[in-house]
Ligand binder design. Structure first.
Ligand code: NDP
Length: 327
Protein backbone atom coordinates (compact mmCIF):
# COMPACT_ATOMS: atom_id res chain seq x y z
CA UNK A 1 0.00 0.00 0.00
CA UNK A 2 1.13 3.54 -0.73
CA UNK A 3 2.25 5.89 2.04
CA UNK A 4 -0.40 8.57 2.67
CA UNK A 5 0.22 11.92 0.98
CA UNK A 6 -0.21 15.03 3.11
CA UNK A 7 -2.42 17.64 1.48
CA UNK A 8 -2.73 21.16 2.86
CA UNK A 9 -5.89 23.17 2.19
CA UNK A 10 -5.82 26.76 3.45
CA UNK A 11 -9.10 28.62 3.99
CA UNK A 12 -10.54 25.15 4.52
CA UNK A 13 -13.59 26.37 6.45
CA UNK A 14 -14.68 28.51 3.49
CA UNK A 15 -17.01 27.70 0.63
CA UNK A 16 -14.48 26.24 -1.77
CA UNK A 17 -12.81 24.38 1.10
CA UNK A 18 -16.09 22.74 2.01
CA UNK A 19 -16.52 21.44 -1.53
CA UNK A 20 -12.86 20.54 -1.93
CA UNK A 21 -11.95 18.49 1.14
CA UNK A 22 -14.45 15.66 0.48
CA UNK A 23 -13.20 15.43 -3.11
CA UNK A 24 -9.64 15.08 -1.84
CA UNK A 25 -10.73 12.46 0.69
CA UNK A 26 -12.43 10.48 -2.10
CA UNK A 27 -9.32 10.34 -4.25
CA UNK A 28 -10.36 12.91 -6.85
CA UNK A 29 -7.13 14.85 -6.33
CA UNK A 30 -4.51 12.12 -6.39
CA UNK A 31 -6.29 8.97 -7.53
CA UNK A 32 -8.31 6.33 -5.71
CA UNK A 33 -5.24 4.29 -4.79
CA UNK A 34 -3.54 7.14 -2.94
CA UNK A 35 -4.35 7.49 0.78
CA UNK A 36 -4.30 11.06 2.10
CA UNK A 37 -3.89 12.98 5.33
CA UNK A 38 -5.69 16.32 5.18
CA UNK A 39 -4.10 19.39 6.74
CA UNK A 40 -6.74 22.10 7.05
CA UNK A 41 -5.78 25.67 7.96
CA UNK A 42 -8.00 28.61 8.68
CA UNK A 43 -7.90 31.81 10.74
CA UNK A 44 -8.98 31.94 14.41
CA UNK A 45 -12.47 33.42 13.75
CA UNK A 46 -13.15 30.34 11.58
CA UNK A 47 -11.68 27.79 14.02
CA UNK A 48 -15.02 26.48 15.25
CA UNK A 49 -16.39 26.09 11.73
CA UNK A 50 -13.16 24.36 10.74
CA UNK A 51 -13.61 21.90 13.56
CA UNK A 52 -17.14 21.26 12.27
CA UNK A 53 -15.71 20.34 8.89
CA UNK A 54 -13.30 17.98 10.60
CA UNK A 55 -16.24 16.34 12.43
CA UNK A 56 -18.02 15.82 9.11
CA UNK A 57 -14.91 14.32 7.54
CA UNK A 58 -14.77 11.81 10.39
CA UNK A 59 -18.49 11.09 9.99
CA UNK A 60 -18.13 10.49 6.27
CA UNK A 61 -15.78 7.57 7.05
CA UNK A 62 -13.74 7.95 3.87
CA UNK A 63 -11.60 4.83 3.48
CA UNK A 64 -8.73 6.77 1.85
CA UNK A 65 -8.59 9.42 4.56
CA UNK A 66 -5.89 8.42 7.03
CA UNK A 67 -5.88 11.51 9.22
CA UNK A 68 -7.10 15.09 9.61
CA UNK A 69 -5.16 18.02 11.02
CA UNK A 70 -7.42 21.05 11.60
CA UNK A 71 -5.52 24.04 12.87
CA UNK A 72 -5.09 27.80 12.93
CA UNK A 73 -1.33 27.42 13.32
CA UNK A 74 0.40 27.92 9.99
CA UNK A 75 3.52 25.97 10.98
CA UNK A 76 1.52 22.95 12.14
CA UNK A 77 -0.54 23.15 8.96
CA UNK A 78 2.48 23.25 6.63
CA UNK A 79 4.61 20.63 8.32
CA UNK A 80 5.42 17.70 6.05
CA UNK A 81 2.90 18.55 3.34
CA UNK A 82 3.43 17.12 -0.15
CA UNK A 83 0.74 19.24 -1.79
CA UNK A 84 -0.59 22.67 -0.84
CA UNK A 85 -3.87 24.02 -2.18
CA UNK A 86 -4.04 27.66 -1.17
CA UNK A 87 -7.67 28.72 -1.03
CA UNK A 88 -7.55 31.13 1.92
CA UNK A 89 -7.36 34.77 1.08
CA UNK A 90 -8.73 38.12 1.98
CA UNK A 91 -11.85 38.88 -0.06
CA UNK A 92 -12.42 42.27 -1.59
CA UNK A 93 -15.09 43.96 0.49
CA UNK A 94 -17.25 46.86 -0.53
CA UNK A 95 -15.39 50.13 -0.49
CA UNK A 96 -11.95 48.52 -0.36
CA UNK A 97 -9.30 49.72 -2.78
CA UNK A 98 -7.39 47.22 -4.91
CA UNK A 99 -4.26 48.22 -3.08
CA UNK A 100 -5.79 47.42 0.34
CA UNK A 101 -6.83 43.94 -0.78
CA UNK A 102 -3.41 43.39 -2.31
CA UNK A 103 -1.67 44.49 0.89
CA UNK A 104 -3.69 41.98 2.93
CA UNK A 105 -3.02 39.12 0.53
CA UNK A 106 0.64 39.91 0.05
CA UNK A 107 1.13 39.65 3.79
CA UNK A 108 -0.84 36.38 4.01
CA UNK A 109 1.07 34.80 1.12
CA UNK A 110 4.39 36.03 2.44
CA UNK A 111 3.89 34.36 5.81
CA UNK A 112 2.46 31.15 4.38
CA UNK A 113 5.36 31.00 1.91
CA UNK A 114 7.85 31.17 4.77
CA UNK A 115 6.07 28.37 6.61
CA UNK A 116 6.00 26.18 3.50
CA UNK A 117 9.63 27.01 2.80
CA UNK A 118 10.69 25.82 6.24
CA UNK A 119 8.28 23.00 6.97
CA UNK A 120 6.79 21.45 3.82
CA UNK A 121 8.10 18.15 2.44
CA UNK A 122 10.81 18.36 -0.19
CA UNK A 123 9.33 18.74 -3.67
CA UNK A 124 6.01 20.05 -2.33
CA UNK A 125 3.69 21.10 -5.17
CA UNK A 126 1.69 24.28 -4.66
CA UNK A 127 -1.56 25.43 -6.28
CA UNK A 128 -2.85 28.91 -5.50
CA UNK A 129 -6.61 29.40 -5.88
CA UNK A 130 -7.24 32.54 -3.82
CA UNK A 131 -7.41 35.78 -5.78
CA UNK A 132 -5.47 37.52 -7.15
CA UNK A 133 -4.27 33.98 -7.81
CA UNK A 134 -1.40 34.65 -10.24
CA UNK A 135 0.08 37.39 -8.12
CA UNK A 136 -0.43 35.54 -4.84
CA UNK A 137 1.52 32.67 -6.41
CA UNK A 138 4.29 35.05 -7.42
CA UNK A 139 4.58 36.38 -3.88
CA UNK A 140 4.62 32.83 -2.57
CA UNK A 141 7.46 32.03 -4.97
CA UNK A 142 9.42 35.09 -3.81
CA UNK A 143 9.22 34.12 -0.17
CA UNK A 144 9.78 30.40 -0.58
CA UNK A 145 13.03 30.49 -2.56
CA UNK A 146 13.91 26.88 -1.80
CA UNK A 147 10.72 25.59 -3.40
CA UNK A 148 11.56 25.22 -7.11
CA UNK A 149 9.61 27.72 -9.20
CA UNK A 150 8.26 24.87 -11.31
CA UNK A 151 6.40 23.69 -8.20
CA UNK A 152 4.43 26.90 -7.75
CA UNK A 153 1.31 27.29 -9.90
CA UNK A 154 -2.07 28.98 -9.91
CA UNK A 155 -5.51 27.87 -10.97
CA UNK A 156 -6.86 28.73 -14.43
CA UNK A 157 -8.24 25.25 -15.00
CA UNK A 158 -11.69 26.43 -14.00
CA UNK A 159 -11.59 28.95 -16.84
CA UNK A 160 -10.25 26.24 -19.14
CA UNK A 161 -13.07 23.88 -18.18
CA UNK A 162 -15.61 26.67 -18.62
CA UNK A 163 -14.34 27.15 -22.18
CA UNK A 164 -14.71 23.41 -22.88
CA UNK A 165 -18.19 23.51 -21.36
CA UNK A 166 -19.33 26.41 -23.54
CA UNK A 167 -18.09 24.73 -26.71
CA UNK A 168 -19.76 21.47 -25.76
CA UNK A 169 -23.06 23.27 -25.13
CA UNK A 170 -22.82 25.21 -28.36
CA UNK A 171 -22.04 22.16 -30.52
CA UNK A 172 -24.16 19.77 -28.49
CA UNK A 173 -21.25 17.33 -28.05
CA UNK A 174 -19.83 15.61 -24.99
CA UNK A 175 -17.51 17.87 -23.04
CA UNK A 176 -14.97 15.03 -22.90
CA UNK A 177 -14.71 15.19 -26.70
CA UNK A 178 -13.71 18.87 -26.66
CA UNK A 179 -9.94 19.27 -26.41
CA UNK A 180 -7.14 21.76 -26.27
CA UNK A 181 -8.77 25.06 -25.49
CA UNK A 182 -6.30 27.51 -23.94
CA UNK A 183 -6.59 30.11 -21.22
CA UNK A 184 -3.82 32.67 -21.57
CA UNK A 185 -2.75 35.04 -18.81
CA UNK A 186 -4.41 36.23 -15.67
CA UNK A 187 -7.20 34.51 -13.74
CA UNK A 188 -9.23 37.69 -14.09
CA UNK A 189 -11.52 39.19 -16.69
CA UNK A 190 -8.47 40.04 -18.83
CA UNK A 191 -7.78 36.34 -19.46
CA UNK A 192 -7.93 35.21 -23.08
CA UNK A 193 -9.88 32.01 -23.75
CA UNK A 194 -8.51 30.82 -27.11
CA UNK A 195 -10.06 28.04 -29.20
CA UNK A 196 -7.86 28.47 -32.29
CA UNK A 197 -6.23 25.11 -31.62
CA UNK A 198 -9.20 23.38 -29.98
CA UNK A 199 -10.78 20.32 -31.56
CA UNK A 200 -13.78 18.03 -31.27
CA UNK A 201 -13.16 14.52 -32.53
CA UNK A 202 -10.03 15.80 -34.28
CA UNK A 203 -11.87 18.58 -36.19
CA UNK A 204 -11.10 22.25 -35.50
CA UNK A 205 -13.64 23.93 -33.23
CA UNK A 206 -13.52 27.02 -35.45
CA UNK A 207 -14.75 25.02 -38.45
CA UNK A 208 -17.41 23.21 -36.45
CA UNK A 209 -18.79 26.33 -34.81
CA UNK A 210 -18.48 28.30 -38.07
CA UNK A 211 -19.25 31.58 -36.34
CA UNK A 212 -16.09 33.63 -35.80
CA UNK A 213 -18.13 36.56 -34.57
CA UNK A 214 -19.42 34.46 -31.67
CA UNK A 215 -16.05 32.85 -30.96
CA UNK A 216 -14.21 36.20 -30.97
CA UNK A 217 -16.88 38.04 -29.02
CA UNK A 218 -19.67 36.48 -26.97
CA UNK A 219 -17.79 33.24 -26.23
CA UNK A 220 -14.80 35.07 -24.78
CA UNK A 221 -17.05 37.27 -22.68
CA UNK A 222 -19.09 34.36 -21.34
CA UNK A 223 -15.96 32.57 -20.16
CA UNK A 224 -14.40 35.72 -18.72
CA UNK A 225 -17.56 36.64 -16.84
CA UNK A 226 -18.84 33.23 -15.87
CA UNK A 227 -17.85 33.71 -12.23
CA UNK A 228 -19.98 36.85 -11.97
CA UNK A 229 -22.92 35.08 -13.67
CA UNK A 230 -22.75 32.32 -11.07
CA UNK A 231 -22.68 34.77 -8.20
CA UNK A 232 -25.74 36.46 -9.68
CA UNK A 233 -27.62 33.16 -9.99
CA UNK A 234 -26.53 31.48 -6.79
CA UNK A 235 -25.97 34.56 -4.63
CA UNK A 236 -22.75 32.77 -3.77
CA UNK A 237 -19.57 32.32 -5.78
CA UNK A 238 -18.66 29.19 -7.69
CA UNK A 239 -17.35 26.69 -5.17
CA UNK A 240 -18.22 23.27 -6.61
CA UNK A 241 -16.61 23.99 -9.98
CA UNK A 242 -13.63 25.75 -8.41
CA UNK A 243 -12.99 22.75 -6.15
CA UNK A 244 -13.44 20.26 -8.97
CA UNK A 245 -11.06 22.10 -11.27
CA UNK A 246 -8.47 22.44 -8.51
CA UNK A 247 -8.53 18.64 -8.31
CA UNK A 248 -8.21 18.40 -12.12
CA UNK A 249 -5.19 20.72 -12.00
CA UNK A 250 -3.25 18.70 -9.45
CA UNK A 251 -4.32 15.29 -10.72
CA UNK A 252 -3.18 16.02 -14.27
CA UNK A 253 0.04 17.60 -12.99
CA UNK A 254 0.87 14.53 -10.90
CA UNK A 255 -0.57 11.71 -13.02
CA UNK A 256 0.01 13.29 -16.45
CA UNK A 257 -2.11 14.63 -19.30
CA UNK A 258 -3.34 12.15 -21.92
CA UNK A 259 -1.34 11.90 -25.15
CA UNK A 260 -2.31 14.72 -27.52
CA UNK A 261 -4.11 16.73 -24.87
CA UNK A 262 -3.05 19.86 -23.09
CA UNK A 263 -4.56 21.82 -20.21
CA UNK A 264 -4.14 25.38 -18.92
CA UNK A 265 -2.08 26.15 -15.82
CA UNK A 266 -0.77 29.39 -14.35
CA UNK A 267 3.01 28.85 -14.27
CA UNK A 268 6.19 30.86 -13.99
CA UNK A 269 6.86 32.37 -17.40
CA UNK A 270 10.17 31.58 -19.07
CA UNK A 271 9.42 34.05 -21.85
CA UNK A 272 7.57 31.55 -24.07
CA UNK A 273 5.24 33.24 -26.60
CA UNK A 274 6.95 36.52 -25.75
CA UNK A 275 5.20 36.66 -22.41
CA UNK A 276 7.50 38.59 -20.05
CA UNK A 277 9.59 36.18 -18.00
CA UNK A 278 8.98 36.35 -14.26
CA UNK A 279 5.19 36.57 -14.31
CA UNK A 280 2.91 33.75 -13.25
CA UNK A 281 0.92 33.44 -16.47
CA UNK A 282 -1.52 30.83 -17.73
CA UNK A 283 -0.19 28.77 -20.64
CA UNK A 284 -1.15 25.55 -22.40
CA UNK A 285 0.87 22.77 -20.76
CA UNK A 286 1.31 19.03 -20.97
CA UNK A 287 2.32 17.07 -17.88
CA UNK A 288 4.38 13.91 -17.46
CA UNK A 289 6.33 12.45 -14.53
CA UNK A 290 4.99 15.13 -12.21
CA UNK A 291 6.27 18.03 -14.31
CA UNK A 292 4.49 20.48 -16.59
CA UNK A 293 5.90 21.74 -19.86
CA UNK A 294 4.63 24.69 -21.88
CA UNK A 295 3.31 23.58 -25.28
CA UNK A 296 5.58 25.23 -27.84
CA UNK A 297 5.17 26.35 -31.41
CA UNK A 298 1.45 27.17 -31.56
CA UNK A 299 0.65 29.86 -34.10
CA UNK A 300 -0.62 33.10 -32.59
CA UNK A 301 -2.60 35.36 -34.91
CA UNK A 302 -2.77 39.12 -34.58
CA UNK A 303 -6.09 39.11 -32.70
CA UNK A 304 -4.68 36.64 -30.17
CA UNK A 305 -1.36 38.48 -29.86
CA UNK A 306 -3.12 41.61 -28.67
CA UNK A 307 -5.05 39.64 -26.10
CA UNK A 308 -1.96 37.81 -24.83
CA UNK A 309 -0.21 41.16 -24.40
CA UNK A 310 -3.15 42.85 -22.69
CA UNK A 311 -3.45 40.24 -19.96
CA UNK A 312 0.37 40.25 -19.55
CA UNK A 313 0.24 44.00 -19.02
CA UNK A 314 -2.37 43.59 -16.32
CA UNK A 315 -0.17 41.01 -14.61
CA UNK A 316 2.88 43.29 -14.78
CA UNK A 317 0.84 46.03 -13.13
CA UNK A 318 -0.39 43.65 -10.43
CA UNK A 319 3.20 42.58 -9.87
CA UNK A 320 4.33 46.19 -9.33
CA UNK A 321 1.39 46.83 -7.05
CA UNK A 322 2.23 43.72 -5.03
CA UNK A 323 5.87 44.78 -4.69
CA UNK A 324 4.84 48.27 -3.64
CA UNK A 325 2.70 46.66 -0.90
CA UNK A 326 5.76 44.80 0.38
CA UNK A 327 7.72 47.91 1.16
P1 NDP B 1 -14.19 31.00 -1.08
O1 NDP B 1 -13.89 29.66 -0.53
O2 NDP B 1 -15.44 31.17 -1.88
O3 NDP B 1 -12.99 31.54 -1.98
C1 NDP B 1 -11.65 31.50 -1.53
C2 NDP B 1 -10.77 32.20 -2.48
O4 NDP B 1 -10.75 31.58 -3.75
C3 NDP B 1 -11.13 33.66 -2.74
O5 NDP B 1 -9.93 34.41 -2.77
C4 NDP B 1 -11.75 33.60 -4.10
O6 NDP B 1 -11.59 34.81 -4.79
C5 NDP B 1 -10.90 32.56 -4.74
N1 NDP B 1 -11.40 32.02 -5.99
C6 NDP B 1 -10.62 31.70 -7.05
N2 NDP B 1 -11.34 31.22 -8.04
C7 NDP B 1 -12.60 31.23 -7.63
C8 NDP B 1 -13.80 30.86 -8.24
N3 NDP B 1 -13.86 30.41 -9.46
N4 NDP B 1 -14.93 30.95 -7.55
C9 NDP B 1 -14.90 31.42 -6.30
N5 NDP B 1 -13.78 31.82 -5.67
C10 NDP B 1 -12.65 31.72 -6.33
O7 NDP B 1 -14.19 32.08 0.05
P2 NDP B 1 -14.69 31.99 1.56
O8 NDP B 1 -14.70 33.40 2.02
O9 NDP B 1 -15.86 31.11 1.70
O10 NDP B 1 -13.49 31.22 2.28
C11 NDP B 1 -12.23 31.76 2.46
C12 NDP B 1 -11.62 31.16 3.68
O11 NDP B 1 -10.34 31.75 3.83
C13 NDP B 1 -12.41 31.44 4.96
O12 NDP B 1 -12.57 30.23 5.68
C14 NDP B 1 -11.54 32.43 5.70
O13 NDP B 1 -11.59 32.25 7.11
C15 NDP B 1 -10.17 32.13 5.17
N6 NDP B 1 -9.29 33.29 5.21
C16 NDP B 1 -7.99 33.06 5.48
C17 NDP B 1 -7.11 34.11 5.61
C18 NDP B 1 -5.71 33.80 5.95
O14 NDP B 1 -5.21 32.74 5.63
N7 NDP B 1 -5.01 34.69 6.61
C19 NDP B 1 -7.54 35.50 5.45
C20 NDP B 1 -8.91 35.64 5.13
C21 NDP B 1 -9.76 34.55 5.01
P3 NDP B 1 -12.64 36.03 -4.72
O15 NDP B 1 -12.35 36.75 -3.43
O16 NDP B 1 -12.28 36.82 -5.93
O17 NDP B 1 -14.00 35.43 -4.76
Amino acid sequence: AKEPARVLVTGAAGQIGYALVPMIARGVLLGVDQPVILHMLDIPPAAEALNGVKMELIDAAFPLLKGVVATTDVVEACTGVNYAVMVGGFPRKEGMERKDVMTKNVSIYKSQASALEKHAAANCKVLVVANPANTNALILKEFAPSIPEKNITCLTRLDHNRALGQISERLNVQVSDVKNAIIWGNHSSSQYPDVNHATVGGKPVRELVADDKWLNGEFIKIVQQRGAAIIKARKLSSALSAASSACDHIRDWVLGTPEGTWVSMGVYSDGSYNVPAGLIYSFPVTCANGEWKIVQGLSIDEFSRKKLDLTAEELSEEKSLAYSCLS
